[in-house]
Design a protein around this ligand. Structure first.
Ligand code: IMP
Length: 183
């Protein structure tokens, strides 16, 4: 892992979680999901929440060992480094999930506004038969929803991070390791 700090827009970030550690967390989640869905008769949907979850979902998908379908949705609740609290449905689902079991793949759960609104929308409006939440990262100090998070890769303190899909105003998604804001 490069020890250097990086600069994105007006902020500086320092190395935080190396790529290999991220992949270990993905391995752990995949093991749990594979155990839960082993031998299933249906074709569950792996739902990638664009854009942040692209690297995570890509790694996870390669480790899933039962037949599944990849579907994507684009949502947004963040502007800069703060959650706006309102979840915007920017782009609909790329395929129907009616009657299907869905595993939402999120890069990070912060307040939980995004994931909880998405879960409700999938169940109430889109007709999913079951929705499970899977997130690579969780900020437990901030998450304030009663909803169970079914699969969590890693818990982290409440600090703004970038890399491995996570952005600061659209920059940093392409960085392999995760960096934390240097304040
Ligand atoms: P929530 O709705 O407050 O749980 O926020 C979830 C969404 O906010 C994630 O899907 C990310 O897009 C974004 N987000 C939350 N924390 C961070 C962070 O530390 N860095 C970059 N994006 C974040």
């Amino acid at each position: 892992m490069k020890e250097e700090k990086i600069r994105l827009h007006d902020k500086t970030f320092k190395p935080y979680i190396r790529h290999e550690r991220i992949l270990d967390a993905v391995d752990g989640i995949a093991r749990e999901i594979n155990a839960d869905f082993h031998g299933c008769d249906d074709i569950p949907v792996i739902l990638c929440v664009l854009n942040g979850s692209i690297p995570f979902t890509g790694e996870l998908l390669q480790r899933i060992d039962f037949p599944c379908q990849l579907v994507s949705i684009k949502l947004s609740s963040y502007q800069g480094t703060k959650s706006t609290g309102t979840v915007l449905n920017v782009m609909g689902l790329t395929s129907s999930v009616r009657g299907r079991r869905v595993i939402i793949c999120e890069d990070i759960v912060d307040t939980g506004n995004t994931i909880v609104a998405l879960k409700e929308m999938l169940l109430d409006k889109e007709g999913a038969s079951e929705v499970r939440i899977c997130t690579l990262l969780l900020k437990p100090e901030v998450y304030d929803k009663p909803d169970k998070l079914d699969y969590v890769g890693m818990e982290i303190p409440n600090a703004f991070i970038v890399g491995f899909g996570l952005d600061y105003d659209e920059l940093g998604r392409n960085i392999r390791d995760i960096y934390v804001i240097d304040e």
